[in-house]
Design a protein around this ligand. Structure first.
Ligand code: HEM
Length: 514
């Protein structure tokens, strides 16, 4: 009998089934053994949180930078925490921060804007809270082109010089009396900013005590911006302002709005009288002449003025106050800085801003202060515009990202004796320590495209302020007081107790104080 050929319809169906099952089994076996299913990378590790609220109650808000650094000792340099139902990823290492700032800079250039931040910034129209896009690019370009570049700042030197001379004179008038250093620097820095931006605020009249009121308003708005807000913790509640924080922030914003209206009105009223070339004038021209693409409004002007005034004063003031604190704690550093200043400037001369580039030791003190007490301890929150992988972990789109600058700049794997104030570590290798964020271990001004826009001004003002205090005066602590190095977390890293010190003139002639 001739066996059935396999193509013959009458072939044994059972055999065909068996062969089919065998082939499928082999494919499945091969798939499981050799081709593991492609899994998404995991989320970073992190502490367990309570249902719904997450880790919110275990975070010490007044010491957030330290608390996050401590947690990272257990969970590693990249970790997740839950703020309500929101995921937040904290980066405590330079290598991983570099991935965010350099490799994925485009994705992480968005801000994570809270409800209060939105309300306090005219709906996030300002430079700090704008999402990454055309509007933000336009604001940055205006700031850099019209104010924060070397040529423009050189041209505005007179404003800075005048206010520094006034400061020296004020201190001289309080010789041998206790002075609140932060308060003094705030007034000087505020006036420098106001002068450069809109020609200064005349005290008296409608604007009486604007400096004080402005400072007061800034102090009030910070806790509102930092308070944990149910609206942000549970995005489903975004429409409800349960704690009223957004409303409070909006009220503060309205106050700034009306003060800036007065400043703008005064300027518009004076336009025919004199051709002013300050920042506000440029902004008003831009608003009137701008094309549809730029679409620059009066609200944008106010938001920009507030941004620069607040960001420009707060962290610069904190840096000078911390530097003076460290120098009073270790007078040998103060002496060395004064000797250098005497060599470059002399005690028979007035110190000018241009001298500062020759004061290498003083600049090392500023660098070391910015390392140990960074003006902004946690970078402003970022938010990835798409999901991506960082250091082998999944970072989902829309996560809140915090880079812990304070922890990175104290990392023992990179810094020798990181907790000690040692200005000498910054001597002789200046290019390695630029403020441009290129060295991921030293990022006091942040890094990537959202890096601080005010670096050129901070680079001029902070050394100039500090050198002026040290050149004109010797300083001592009031009898019976001690240096307090404790800090408190805020938009800037503040001293917990203000630094109070007593000035004693050291220049050769009292006319140098006028
Ligand atoms: C010692 C002084 C200063 C320090 C330590 C400092 C530090 C910083 C840091 C860490 C950031 C966040 C960067 C990021 O998110 O990655 C920032 C942003 C910013 N800073 Fe500064 N800053 C200082 C002075 C200034 C000054 C003088 C101005 C203005 C005149 C200024 C204006 C701004 C603005 C507008 C932003 C937001 C930039 C953006 O989102 O595009 N800062 N600063």
């Amino acid at each position: 009998m001739i066996p059935n050929a396999f193509w013959q319809p009458r072939s044994n169906l059972k055999d065909v089934y068996i062969s089919l099952i065998a082939v499928i089994t082999v494919i499945i076996w091969y798939h499981f053994v050799f081709k593991k299913p492609k899994k998404n990378p995991p989320l970073p590790p992190g502490p367990w949180g309570l249902p719904l609220v997450g880790n919110i109650f275990s975070l010490d808000q007044s010491n957030l930078h330290k608390c996050l650094a401590k947690l990272s000792e257990t969970y590693g340099p990249i970790m997740k925490i839950r703020l309500g139902t929101r995921l937040c990823i904290v980066i405590n290492s330079a290598t991983i921060a570099k991935e965010v700032h350099k490799d994925h800079d485009n994705i992480f250039a968005n801000r994570d804007r809270t409800a209060a931040a939105s309300a306090a910034s005219w709906g996030g129209t300002d430079i700090v809270w704008s999402p990454h896009g055309d509007h933000w690019r336009m604001l940055r370009k205006i700031c850099v082109k019209e104010l924060l570049n070397s040529t423009r700042l050189d041209a505005l030197y007179d404003h800075r010089r005048r206010e520094i001379r006034t400061m020296v004179n004020t201190i001289y008038s309080k010789t041998s009396n206790s002075i609140d250093i932060g308060d003094l620097i705030f007034h000087t820095m505020y006036k420098v900013m106001a002068n450069m931006m809109w020609g200064g605020t005349p005290e008296g009249g409608e604007m009486a005590n604007f400096t004080e009121k402005f400072r007061d308003a800034l102090e009030k708005i910070v806790p509102i911006l930092l308070a944990p807000n149910i609206t942000d913790l549970f995005p489903v509640l975004a429409k409800f302002d349960i704690q009223g924080l957004a409303q409070q922030a909006r009220m503060m914003c309205m106050w700034f709005d009306s003060e800036f209206d007065t400043i703008i009105d005064q300027r518009l009223g004076n336009e025919d009288k004199e051709e002013m070339k300050d920042f506000l004038q440029v902004l008003l021209h831009l608003k009137d002449d701008g094309d549809l693409k730029t679409h620059f409004t009066t609200t944008d002007i106010k938001a920009l003025l507030l941004n620069l005034l607040a960001a420009g004063t707060k962290s610069s003031v904190a840096t000078v106050e911390w530097a003076m604190t460290e120098l009073l704690r270790e007078p040998k550093f103060m002496k060395k800085a004064q000797e250098e200043i005497d060599e470059v400037v002399g005690v028979n001369n007035i110190l000018e801003e241009a001298h500062c580039s020759k004061l290498h030791y003083l600049n090392a003190i500023v660098n070391e202060t910015l390392r140990l007490h960074p003006g902004v301890p946690l970078s402003f929150p970022k938010c990835p515009s798409e999901s991506c992988t960082v250091s082998g972990y999944m970072i989902p789109k829309g996560t809140k990202i915090l880079v812990n600058i304070w922890a990175i700049q104290r990392d023992i794997t990179y810094w020798k004796n990181p907790l000690e104030f040692q200005p000498d570590r910054f001597l002789g290798s200046e290019c390695e320590w630029g403020y441009n964020g290129k060295n991921p271990n030293y990022i006091p001004f942040g890094s990537g495209r959202r890096i601080c826009v005010g670096i050129p001004l901070a680079e001029r003002m902070v050394p100039y302020l500090l050198a002026s205090l040290l050149h004109s005066f010797n300083w001592k602590l009031p009898e019976g007081t001690k240096i307090d190095l404790s800090d408190t977390f805020g938009l800037e890293l503040k001293k917990r107790t203000p630094l109070i010190a007593i000035p004693l003139p050291r220049l050769s002639d009292k006319r140098l104080y006028i």
